[in-house]
Write a new protein. Structure first.
Length: 532
């Protein structure tokens, strides 16, 4: 479960010592959460390596607290702020404790500036994949890291070379991408994200070569822990479980199915309106006839269309979608007499909505439709400490059908964001027809399993068309297909040329008013997966 230590009191120390005793270790790593979108990924990497890690609040956790905990390693995450500003709260005396420290992006810039290095806004930003060029491979941090590794960067500041910092590697716009000084180590890229090819090796080197950790502990079964916790929460209760047809809500639902007692009643609710082809069928198939449960299919199409009418920007549409979502679900809460409402909300949903990090400034990326809605009854979110890939691992562990786990992420209001201009029923139907063609053609490709998310975007731009001997105007359509692991980073999928042609021909011939079809090649970062 998520926990960030904000105060090192006797109770916290007792809990930490109990965990050490369980693990039969005195080794501890401290992770400072500096507001990064991907801090949880860092902790998950460390858990996979088997080292004990506690996440702490940089605004309140001091050098004295570090000495009291006596960790063998410290990690500083990245964050949205710049060291040239004044919003960062952090006790820089921590850099003087002598504990081996790994700074990631902002974390590296913080200790580099503390040593006197110049951190400045670079003429060119670095967002997305870049090539790491090794200058000197003797650094312990770079052992078994090859030259020309692909690393993901997401920053506009750079560290200039400094006489006190040993410069081990660079990228195109970062003259110092890996540096060290005594017990201080830093990287300007993000080793925690899946698209950084040497990320796991960086963490392995830091933990076991630099910090000389000796003890590895097998991580507990997240599924077993969650089922035990859920069984206490839902015993004898009526639980309204919101389903989307995607993997996250399905995993959450199956956890509750496993946790339910004979006196627990589960009511599944599925909202129609901006769903995808196949989602309703999957929900009916896998949740329609389970014992001591009920499935409700609610058609909210008209309410969604009315709320979205005239909303042209992304956040306006997300707000409108969320309002309808809440209103419709509240009606179901009342009619069912439910005691609890459950959602498959992920950590990703919360952190991109800038939720859960009150002590560290975080960037608002986009407002998801599901986090922290003020429901009239208590809410349970068993997956809000997980990301997409770890939630799926839990699903496989507890026997969620593969058909549900391999579904592309449910876009939520993202379906409406794929329609530029005013949303009408006609344009919604048109966009859905485009997605049916896209899905059918991509599924014929042997590499379909490499696609994490795909979609068709009906733009509000027009393209001159020739039809027979006449001419006219038609909509420009953009489609995308990305590979990812957890949605924090993503890259375009290399689709064979003949598939591009088939998709374009079918869309232009089978969907009225399509003028041209194009493919989006952008990565995340800098782009997001959905267009708005």
């Amino acid at each position: 479960m998520k926990r960030t230590i904000q105060k090192l009191d006797e109770q916290t120390l007792t809990a930490i010592n109990a965990e050490k005793a369980l693990r039969k270790t005195n080794e501890l790593f401290v992770l400072f959460e500096m507001g990064s979108q991907t801090t949880l990924l860092i902790k998950q990497h460390l858990e996979e390596l088997g080292v004990y890690t506690e996440v702490v609040d940089p605004a309140t956790f001091t050098a004295a607290d570090v000495r009291a905990l006596n960790p063998i390693g410290i990690i500083l995450s990245g964050g949205p702020d710049s060291v040239t500003g004044d919003r960062i709260s952090f006790d820089r005396n921590i850099f003087c404790t002598g504990v081996p420290t790994l700074g990631i992006c902002l974390g590296f810039q913080m200790w580099a500036q503390a040593l006197g290095a110049t951190v400045e806004r670079a003429p060119k930003a670095e967002h997305g994949p870049h090539t790491l060029k090794i200058i000197d491979g003797t650094s312990l941090l770079l052992q078994r890291v090859g030259n020309s590794e692909i690393v993901i960067q997401n920053h506009h500041d750079r560290i200039l070379p400094h006489s006190l910092i040993f410069n081990s590697a660079s990228t195109e716009n970062s003259p110092m991408a890996v540096g060290e000084r005594g017990h201080l180590f830093g990287v300007q890229f993000h080793p925690e994200v899946s698209h950084t090819t040497c990320g796991r090796q960086i963490f392995e080197n830091f933990c076991f070569r630099i910090c000389e950790a000796k003890d590895r502990f097998q991580a507990k079964s997240a599924a077993e822990e969650k089922i035990r916790e859920l069984s206490k929460q839902i015993d004898g209760k009526t639980v309204l479980i919101l389903l989307s047809g995607g993997s996250d809500s399905s995993v959450a639902a199956y956890l509750s199915i496993r946790a339910a007692s004979p006196t627990t009643k589960l009511i599944f609710v599925y909202l129609k309106g901006f769903d995808r082809q196949g989602d309703e069928e999957n929900v009916r198939q896998f949740f329609g006839s389970l014992p001591n449960t009920e499935l409700r299919i609610v058609d909210a199409t008209q309410e969604f269309l009315e709320a979205l009418h005239g909303k042209l920007d992304g956040e306006g549409r997300r707000d409108a979608f969320r309002e309808v979502y809440q209103r419709v679900v509240e009606r179901e809460i009342v009619s069912s007499g439910a005691d609890l409402v459950e959602q498959g909300t992920l950590h990703t949903d919360e952190v991109e909505s800038s939720i859960g990090l009150a002590f560290a400034p975080t960037a608002f990326i986009k407002g998801h439709h599901n986090p922290l809605i003020p429901w009239s009854i208590p809410e349970i979110t068993p997956l809000n400490d997980q990301v997409k890939d770890t939630a799926r691992k839990i699903g496989y562990e507890i026997g969620v059908p593969k058909e549900l786990l391999t579904r592309q992420p449910f876009p939520g209001p993202g379906t409406s964001l794929r329609i530029f201009g005013n949303i009408t029923r006609e344009r919604r139907d048109k966009q859905q027809a485009l997605e049916v063609i896209l899905d059918e053609e991509l599924r014929k490709w042997e590499g379909f399993a490499t696609i994490w998310q795909s979609g068709a975007i009906l733009t509000n731009c027009e393209h001159t068309c020739q039809s027979g001997d006449g001419s006219g105007k038609g909509d420009m359509v953009e489609w995308f297909a990305v590979h990812s692991v957890n949605g924090f980073t993503a890259g375009p999928v290399n689709i064979p040329f003949e598939i591009h042609v088939r998709i374009a021909v079918r869309m232009q011939n089978e969907v009225e008013g399509v003028g041209s079809v194009g493919y989006r090649f952008s990565s995340k970062p800098k782009s997001t997966i959905e267009p708005m």
